[in-house]
Design a protein around this ligand. Structure first.
Ligand code: ZN
Length: 679
């Protein structure tokens, strides 16, 4: 608007102008930081029902400043872990806009499930509590039929709407012009089936405000996968990490209570106490002081953001992780890391994404097979090392043969691949062909470094293939310590669960073998555990020691084909029919040896790999390691004849009589075992 005031006294002109301005200009908006503690009522957590306070999440203040309407930034990025309170900040921001500068807001999440959960568990309770607390009536009440009120996916208010959108549905992202936007869990947004990028579609809604730069987009997410690309520009790279790398990269710094050195807390300096998580501490990188939880809390409260990247085109970007969060503690961080490290946990990826707020540095989860080959050792095939205390095998059943890997595990979950075999032959008859080959192999002991025979203590045979389930069940029934198993996908499924009784039936025939057990094996957690272990560097990579969980391979055991199969799957997220879906995706058709390894891990878990006490381990070690005297003079004195095998009516000759090369075996019944009910 231009007002011409020619010929008027300059003083009068100024008066008119200022009066007009006062009438036209809205009152200066309240800063978002100041609005928050007066309007946001916490709807969950220990302070449920109380007003939001910056005390509990001090790092949110500066983020709120950038989201304030008078702040010039058009986009604000937060790369975060779980439990940081940033999600509530995003929802509160929408309400702040609705009240103080009403305009259209687009809030997008990666799936309809995410949207429904967010609306019912967070947004609706937040709106209700806000309006109840303050007496304000900003958001129109929900009305089911009338077009005037709010619906589940559209919250209406005078001057605009808050639209909730599924980022993976193009029609949700197209529509009317929008001034404010939230890209929530943006790392889980997927390229649409027609190749359209959801972030590009989302941005299309802001076109009208681009020239004047009067729009604002808030993006926040826990990260996903790191492609290894330094700039994060590579295809498939975590979206929030890409945005963060383009930003000014602010990290929350705290002062060491001892030396006052200002620093960002990083995982590398965390003193994780696995046995006593509450004793976990953090080492000051400057003076080495061990910061305790009691010292951490005031230090985090007094912390401040420090930008680590500078340049004219960088927008405000924040990193917030469990170390910065007052909803977390060193103990809680330790517990989460331990939980993710266990079979059934999410492994390294879970720790990176959910605790550290970092993209998981895994190239499609599996390390390069060539890197794995480079670190092969020279130990002999079938010779159990001194620290190999649990000896197990896993078998994958194909129609033309059986793949099998024998693995030994140590107390700290280090493993050694000892024998890899393909037993060729038909698998439709559990007494013949490849099954007979497996039986013969299983009946023979391996040898340990002390020269003593060692029997495999548990073997898993895969009954997942419907066409071979009966054979697997029957073979397992006939052999000692053999388990027919069935892989179970999904998060949080235990490494090995309780078996289901299955009536074995052949099509058109009566029940032939009676009831047998099919043991469920949680493949996701085991694969995550394996992949994170495969990424660990050890002595072969110049490290001072092999870390817990380290996987040993030998040039005498593990061929290139072995490594290709072991790395044949990757954990990927995708959207199927509008629903967010995660799965282990097969990258190579032959992934049998990966399955074998996972089944062997399940057997080790069954024997107590992660549940036995150090006394239990010491007992096994003492039993397996003969005194040097006995070892030198009478190598057979400790050897015991095997116990008779239960339920082995149709036992093959090879099993009944140990072969000449290995005339005796240790008694499997001696080792301590946990009962199922204790797990
Ligand atoms: Zn210090």
């Amino acid at each position: 608007m231009t007002i011409h005031l020619q010929g008027v006294h300059p003083g009068a002109a100024a008066l008119v102008a200022s009066t007009l301005a006062a009438a036209v200009r809205p009152r200066p908006p309240i800063a978002f930081r100041d609005w928050l503690p007066e309007n946001v009522v916490l709807v969950d957590g220990p302070k449920k029902g109380e007003l939001w306070s910056l005390e509990d999440a001090p790092y949110l203040g500066e983020i709120a400043d950038c989201l304030s309407l008078e702040h010039p930034a058009t986009s604000v990025t937060v790369r975060k872990s779980q439990q940081t309170g940033v999600s509530i900040l995003a929802l509160a921001w929408c309400l702040y806009v609705a009240e103080t500068a009403p305009d259209n807001v687009l809030y997008a999440l990666p799936s309809i499930d995410f949207l429904q959960d967010m609306n019912s568990q967070k947004l609706s309770p937040l709106i209700d509590a806000w309006q109840r607390e303050t007496g304000k009536e900003i958001i129109f009440p929900s009305v089911s039929r009338s077009g005037a009120g709010s619906t589940i996916y559209e919250k209406r208010f005078i001057g605009g709407t808050l639209a909730l959108a599924n980022a993976n549905v193009a029609t949700d992202l197209s529509g009317k012009t929008t001034r404010y936007g939230v890209k929530d869990e943006v790392s889980k947004w997927q390229t649409h089936a027609n190749g359209d990028d959801p972030e590009t579609l989302f941005f299309g809604r802001f076109t009208a405000f681009r020239r004047t730069k009067t729009y604002k987009i808030f993006e926040l997410s826990t990260p996903e996968l790191d492609t290894g690309d330094e700039l994060g520009e590579a295809d498939g790279h975590c979206r929030i990490d890409r945005s963060f790398k383009r930003s000014d990269q602010r990290f929350w710094n705290i002062d060491c209570p001892e030396c006052s050195f200002s620093q960002k807390q990083f995982f590398e300096n965390f003193l994780l106490d696995r046995a006593h998580p509450h004793k976990s501490r953090y080492t000051c990188e400057h003076c080495g002081h061990e910061i305790s939880e009691i010292e951490r809390v005031p230090a985090v409260r007094a912390g401040h953001f420090v930008a680590s990247a500078h340049g004219p085109d960088r927008h405000p970007g924040f990193h917030v992780d469990a170390f910065d969060s007052l909803m977390m503690s060193y103990e809680a961080i330790a517990e989460d890391i331990i939980a993710h490290s266990r079979p059934g946990g999410l492994g390294e990826k879970g720790i990176s994404n959910l605790v550290l707020g970092l993209p998981a540095k895994l190239k499609g989860n599996a390390p390069d097979h060539e890197r794995l080959m480079e670190r092969r050792e020279g130990y002999e095939e079938g010779v159990v090392p001194a620290e190999g205390l649990l000896l197990v095998a896993g078998a994958d059943i194909q129609h033309t043969g059986i793949w099998c890997e024998t693995v030994t595990f140590g107390e700290d979950r280090q493993s050694w691949s000892l024998v890899v075999r393909f037993f060729e032959g038909a698998t439709d008859d559990p007494s013949r062909g490849a099954w007979a080959g497996l039986a013969e192999f299983y009946a023979r002991p391996l040898t340990d470094t002390f020269g003593q025979p060692r029997m495999i203590e548990a073997i898993a045979v895969d009954g997942s293939d419907g066409g071979r389930m009966n054979q697997a069940l029957e073979w397992a029934r006939r052999h000692r310590d053999a388990f027919a198993i069935k892989g179970q996908p999904g998060r949080g499924v235990p490494a090995i669960g309780l078996p289901s009784k299955t009536s074995i039936r052949k099509t058109g025939k009566r029940k032939r073998f009676g009831s047998a057990m099919l043991w469920p094996v949680g493949t996701w957690g085991l694969k995550s555990e394996l992949m994170s272990n495969l990424h660990k560097p050890g002595l072969a990579a110049g490290e001072p020691a092999d870390p817990p969980g380290y996987c040993h391979f030998s040039a005498n055991v593990n061929s290139k084909e072995y490594f290709l199969q072991l790395t044949a799957e990757a954990f990927v997220a995708g959207v199927v029919k509008g629903k967010f879906k995660e799965e282990w995706k097969v990258l190579r058709r032959d992934n049998h040896l990966l399955d074998c390894r996972v089944y062997a891990m399940a057997m080790a878990e069954r024997l107590g790999l992660t549940t036995m006490s150090s006394d239990d381990w010491a007992e096994i070690r003492a039993r397996l390691r003969p005194s040097s005297q006995i070892d030198l003079l009478s190598p057979v004195s400790h050897v015991v004849k095997a116990a008779p095998r239960p339920a082995a009516k149709e036992t093959s000759k090879a099993e009944a009589e140990p072969s000449d090369e290995a005339p005796a075996m240790s008694a499997p019944a001696e080792r301590p075992r946990r009962k199922w009910g204790q797990r």
